[in-house]
Design a protein. Structure first.
Ligand code: ADP
Ligand code: MG
Length: 293
């Protein structure tokens, strides 16, 4: 009878947009106490668009954007794609670069002629001890306060400008979070993005527990920390950088539209990329495995 119930629940899962890759993940879902959501691409749609380009004194915004696009042309990151798309839209010239380096969770850099140019996160700018002009500080504060991600364009002479990118919160995320909380489940958010952007998105969704500016290699450590007192954790993510955290969690749940690496690291996949599927999985697990006892 056991395999039959499990098969049945797999079929019911499919009807709810759940792809069960591992039966034990579905079985364990009923024990989950905390759901840890990745932000970009999971609670948000992950389709970034350039909202604003700001240039430091004496520079043109298109110059700043063209520089950034030349560097990002070799990156697969959603931020990189948005910057390149905007530069193409504005018919700017994308230059050839050499010595490209991906700075995981921090940005990207390459040589353009004899200049080393970096598209950098706020964190990297701080780590390098670079100062940001007053105008840029103001526009950055305004943008991050509205939940926009800001990256900086930097060369040896300093910070040349900034680019604000806007993402959209998935409309289903609000209900997904509120219903989980109503069912007595703790909800937390995990992101590599800045504290300000994380706080904005969290406030919109009623999430109070936030882990921000977490580097790709540290996401699994956050899961471990939550588990250290025996708490059962479900991690929900879409990106390559979420894969170790998905594997570390008691239940790993991937967004269907996410990367192959994330999907392969997860026991359950939300085929329709709808975060409400997390509660559906927990509910299905509870009803299925109660019947079997
Ligand atoms: P998340 O956890 O939200 O998916 P990531 O770990 O991919 O975020 O990136 C974290 C931060 O690192 C981004 O918000 C951005 O500031 C910076 N970053 C990473 N890769 C790039 C890139 N190619 N270009 C510009 N910024 C980047
Ligand atoms: Mg993501």
């Amino acid at each position: 009878a056991i395999p039959l119930v499990a098969q049945l629940s797999t079929a019911i899962g499919a009807k709810n947009g759940l792809l069960v890759r591992s039966r034990s993940a579905l079985e364990d879902a009923r024990t989950v106490q905390v759901v840890l959501f990745d932000k970009t691409g999971t609670l948000t749609e992950g389709r970034q668009g350039v909202a604003q380009v700001t240039a430091a004194a004496g520079l043109e915004v298109d110059e700043v954007l063209a520089l950034a696009a030349s560097i990002e042309a070799k990156s697969e990151h959603p931020i990189a794609r948005a910057i390149v798309a905007e530069a193409k839209e504005r018919k700017l010239r994308i230059e050839r670069t050499t010595q490209f380096a991906n700075l995981a969770g921090r940005g990207a850099e390459a040589n353009l002629g004899d200049r080393r140019v970096t598209v950098a996160s706020q964190r990297l700018v701080t780590e390098r001890g670079l100062s940001i002009g007053v105008d840029l500080v103001h526009s950055t504060r305004a943008a991050t306060g509205e939940g926009k991600t800001v990256v900086f364009v930097v060369d040896e002479s300093g910070v040349l400008g900034s680019i604000a990118l806007a993402d959209v919160i998935r409309p289903e995320s609000v209900e997904a979070v509120s219903k989980l909380r109503k069912s007595g489940i703790r909800v937390a958010m995990l992101t590599g993005d800045s504290h300000a952007v994380a706080a904005f998105v969290a406030a919109k969704l009623g999430i109070t527990e936030i882990f921000a500016e977490v580097l790709p290699g540290q996401k699994a450590d956050v899961v471990k920390k939550l588990q250290s007192d025996g708490t059962r954790v479900a991690m929900v993510g879409d990106g390559v950088n979420d894969a170790p955290a998905l594997a570390q969690a008691d239940v790993g749940i991937a967004i269907g539209a996410g990367t192959d690496v994330a999907i392969e690291s997860a026991g359950i996949v939300l085929a329709s990329s709808d975060p409400r599927g997390v509660l559906a999985a927990i509910t299905l697990s509870r009803s299925t495995y109660r019947k079997m006892q």
